[in-house]
Write a protein of this length. Structure first.
Ligand code: AMP
Ligand code: GLY
Length: 423
């Protein structure tokens, strides 16, 4: 039996908790900081410990005798929380700080891919505005410009005209739009194709993949509007056929896990490959993340029929070969309900009244919610994820939207075309 501490507060952590609770091996679950969808009994008090401080995290975890810590978001992973907990002998689901650089630094990820011969866009990095401009003029468009460091996905401009690239470089170098991360840019070859997200869970030696998902990053229908954290997702993504998945394993995951091992830092936890798949079915890496994707997790995990407590524990302890991770039939879709204005400034404290779901296939995952005097209110831009499993994609999409049509929350919006391209 396991006492588990889950770190995080988003829709992703709500989906992880939902799956952990299904395990007969779970004796108790605590979450920090959590959100308004978690029962009071699972929520730790605000300020229970300081996530940024090694001694505070170690002391709290030791005192509470957790058997396993599960880390949702990237920041604590990049800070080294798994190393801190490994020092005190507490199994933790997630990669070390060294391995988490695969998300924390584009330069690290790119150089590792080069060494491991993993297919990705050709790139150069520059810390000089004029040299960057010369390079763009020499290479021509389309071309992709990325502010290095953690610009939260907002530092990427796909340029179809030379003038777009000139503006992007000016904003980064002269206007310092991304602050310090603007002191360096990565300029990448443009990759054409369709995007998909594939998650692999590893214990340092063995790994398995979960069904591929497709995210919808733009705010509005028809892939219009600004980039967001993700407005909805579905899985399995038909673009990732068995043949494509085999290529993803052989040309991407195998060499990545191998190079981490060779460097003396076996990768444990989840490795997220953001892929571009061209018209020939050849996958290339757009980016790696060192954690589950959000909102992809809210549609991927409901498909999993294995025991998540067992899987996370096996990953942390190097025993993945002893576990089973079967995946259910059918498909799954999640649609995000966002606050009006998101991803720019948005309404907050919207009162939420949520109708009951009338099917066990439909789950409402909370993200930016909180309880105030016993009442549920919105606190974030992405408020809820309505997730539905179905016999096929069409069925899952219609179940998710059937629930949304019963919802009557002012000052919110959601995309009406999630999974539309695959139907
Ligand atoms: P990133 O923050 O690196 O994930 O990039 C954000 C988005 O920009 C990706 O999801 C893609 O849609 C797009 N993108 C990034 N790099 C490239 C590339 N080299 N070619 C085409 N599109 C890209
Ligand atoms: N859905 C994109 C991400 O989690 O990074």
């Amino acid at each position: 039996m396991s006492r588990i501490l889950l770190i995080g507060s988003g829709g992703r952590e709500s989906a992880i908790a939902y799956k952990l609770r299904q395990s007969p091996k779970l004796s108790s679950l605590h979450v920090f900081p959590g959100n308004g969808g978690f029962p009071e009994s699972e929520l730790l008090p605000a300020g229970a410990f300081d996530l940024k401080k090694k001694s505070s995290v170690q002391e709290f975890v030791k005192r509470n005798g957790y058997d396993l810590v599960v880390v949702g978001p990237e920041d604590p992973l990049v800070d080294g929380i798994c190393d801190w907990l490994s020092e005190i002998g507490v199994p933790t689901f997630g990669p070390s700080a060294y391995c988490a650089q695969v998300e924390g630094s584009k330069e690290f990820a790119k150089s590792l891919m080069k060494q491991a011969k993993v297919p990705t866009a050709k790139y150069e990095s520059f810390s000089d505005h004029t040299k960057a401009l010369d390079y763009v003029r020499k290479e021509g468009v389309p071309i992709v410009i990325k502010a290095d460091g953690l610009a939260a996905g907002k530092g990427v401009t796909v340029c179809f005209h030379l003038s777009d690239a000139e503006v992007a470089l000016k904003e980064i170098f002269l206007d310092k739009k991304f602050g310090e991360s603007g002191s360096k840019v990565v300029i990448e070859e443009f990759m054409a194709g369709q995007e998909a997200s594939v998650f692999a869970i590893s214990d340092g030696t063995d790994y398995f993949t979960l069904p591929a998902a497709q995210d919808h990053k733009r705010a509005f229908d028809g892939d219009l509007g600004p980039n967001t954290g993700g407005m909805g997702a579905y899985c399995p993504a038909p673009i990732v056929t068995e043949k494509v998945l085999e290529k993803v394993k052989r040309s991407i995951f195998d060499p990545m896990f191998e190079i981490f091992r060779r460097q003396g830092h076996p990768y444990k936890g989840l490795l997220y490959a953001g892929l571009m798949i061209d018209s020939q079915g050849e996958p290339k890496v757009v980016e790696f993340n060192c954690r589950f994707g959000d909102p992809e997790t809210q549609c991927v995990l409901p498909m999993l029929e294995g025991d998540l407590v067992e899987i996370f524990t096996a990953s942390a302890k190097g025993r993945l070969s002893e576990t089973q991770a079967s995946v259910g039939k059918g498909a799954s879709t999640v649609v995000v309900l966002a606050a009006k204005g998101y991803p720019e400034s948005y309404a907050k404290n919207i009162p939420l009244e949520l109708p009951q779901t009338d099917s066990k296939d439909v789950v409402v995952f909370h993200a930016g919610t909180s309880k105030k005097d016993g009442n549920l209110i919105s606190t974030g831009g992405r408020i809820l994820g309505i997730s539905a499993r179905g016999s096929d994609l069409k069925d899952s999409v219609s179940k998710a939207y059937a629930y949304l049509s019963k919802l009557n929350v002012p000052d919110t919006f959601y995309r009406k075309d999630i999974a539309g391209k695959a139907l």
